[in-house]
Design a protein around this ligand. Structure first.
Ligand SMILES: Cc1cc2nc3c(=O)[nH]c(=O)nc-3n(C[C@H](O)[C@H](O)[C@H](O)COP(=O)(O)O)c2cc1C
Length: 187
């Protein structure tokens, strides 16, 4: 994708109240084109994913949208579905930039539930072992996915090539109360 990654990440912020107007046709078309491009790209983890742009029916109350229920007025949604398999939710120095964009990634309740251990040519990604949550779904996997995506896009932006892999053995002791998820291996 051709866009200014660093400024996009730095300018992005969470928006919790939306104007009550539908998306312009041109914006919808741009989103549809972006979705097609995403679905054509090779995903970092094997999973069957689908993305749809959905419009709320007129008069639908969307005030309770979201997990802590403060997002108001949204009328259009990106709905992402994936087959429920084991890896379904997961897609320093010169790496300061990828790590900085990881730091700027959004996370539910701003919890930043990731840890990354850098050893040799590998960056091992971890998440909290037993997160306390009052919700019946696992937002942390989504958070780490967004953070890892920031990391990978930032590496690509600086022409640092690498790929994600799930290793059976990392040779690294996990940080306390953290569970291994996957690694990014420099090539
Ligand atoms: C998976 C996920 C779920 C989130 N759910 C909500 C939500 O339900 N309500 C809300 O107000 N913000 C929600 N957020 C936004 C976070 O609170 C926000 O990303 C974080 O506080 C950091 O602020 P920033 O996005 O402006 O950098 C969510 C973020 C993520 C990644």
């Amino acid at each position: 994708m051709n866009f200014d990654l660093e400024n996009t990440v730095r300018q992005r912020k969470s928006v919790r109240a939306y104007e009550s107007r539908p998306l312009a046709q041109a914006d919808k078309e741009q989103l549809e084109a972006c979705i097609s491009e995403l679905l054509e790209d090779e995903a970092p983890f094997p999973a069957q994913m689908n993305i749809r742009l959905l419009e709320a029916a007129p008069g639908t109350d969307t005030e309770k949208l979201g997990t802590y229920g403060v997002i108001r007025g949204a009328k259009s949604f990106l709905c992402v579905t994936v087959k429920n398999t084991e890896n379904a939710m997961e897609a320093v120095g010169e790496y300061a930039f990828p790590l900085e964009l990881l730091r700027l990634a959004p996370s539910a309740a701003n919890r930043q539930p990731w840890r990354v251990v850098h050893k040799d040519d590998a960056f091992h990604f971890y998440r909290e072992e037993n997160p306390k949550s009052k919700y019946p779904y696992d937002l942390q996997r989504l958070d780490v996915g967004i953070g890892a995506c920031h990391f990978h896009l930032a590496a690509e932006d600086r022409a640092l090539s690498g790929q994600f892999a799930m290793l059976s053995e990392t040779g690294v002791t996990p940080p306390p109360n953290m569970k291994y998820l996957f690694s990014w291996l420099a090539r």
